[in-house]
Ligand binder design. Structure first.
Ligand code: G3P
Length: 213
């Protein structure tokens, strides 16, 4: 399973990339607005750390989306153009596929939407599991449903689990066999930590001090 970080913060990307475990970055307009930095400069710098950086179009019509997709993909070869799951978005994904531009279909909340994104030629698609959980549904069930459908066909669209909210989400996504998980920095920081590792290391170091003295 590929691990992406869900952020528009360059320091967070640099830190997680330094662990040697990072495969990509996803950004979105809300994350970019939170950081308040230049969008083009931020995503282009991120491309120096990882081979896939999602940059979302903000146009809502097909023509505008295509214009932004062509612009963003020209910034760096690692850019993946993020396109919302709407009808004009599907047209844009199909256009990008014909031009060799990678896409990430975002705001996916149903298996029907996932099938359409794959048919249009999305490189990856992003079901938002945390937001489904918030709405009283089981977001991970959607991932299981999509992965199960994918076993019947030869769709090469990668299933990217987005809107992850806690470390269990990452384990469950891996058990199901999702291709990618995008994870906020705060959750990534929790993943290497276990109290028995902390106490075990302390005991080793305390014993080692006794040998030395
Ligand atoms: O990648 C999508 C993600 O940023 C959405 O997360 O927590 O806003 O639902 P959240």
């Amino acid at each position: 399973m590929k691990i992406f970080i869900d952020t528009a913060n360059l320091d967070e990307v640099a830190e997680i990339a330094s662990w040697g475990i990072l495969d990509g970055v996803t950004t979105n307009p809300s994350l970019v607005a939170k950081e308040g930095k230049d969008f083009k400069e931020t995503v282009t710098k991120m491309c120096e750390y990882v081979p896939e950086v999602s940059a979302q179009v903000t146009a809502t019509d097909h023509e505008g989306m295509i214009k932004q997709a062509e612009e963003y993909s020209g910034w760096h070869k690692h850019i993946v153009v993020k396109v919302p799951m709407v009808k004009d978005g599907l047209k844009t994904i199909a256009y990008c596929k014909s031009k060799g531009i990678k896409t990430n279909c975002t705001l996916v909340f149903s298996a029907n939407q996932a099938i359409l994104a794959a048919k249009a030629g999305a490189t990856m698609l992003s079901p938002f599991i945390g937001r489904l959980d918030d709405a009283g549904q089981d977001g991970m069930e959607l991932i299981a449903e999509i992965v199960s459908i994918w076993k019947n066909y030869d769709f090469d669209t990668e299933v990217l689990v987005a809107s992850t909210r806690h470390p269990r989400h990452i384990i469950e996504a891996a058990e199901i066999g999702a291709d990618i998980c995008t994870i906020p920095f705060k959750i990534l920081e929790k993943m290497p930590v276990h109290p028995l590792t902390t106490s075990g290391l302390k005991r080793f170091m305390d014993d080692w001090e006794k040998v030395k003295s």
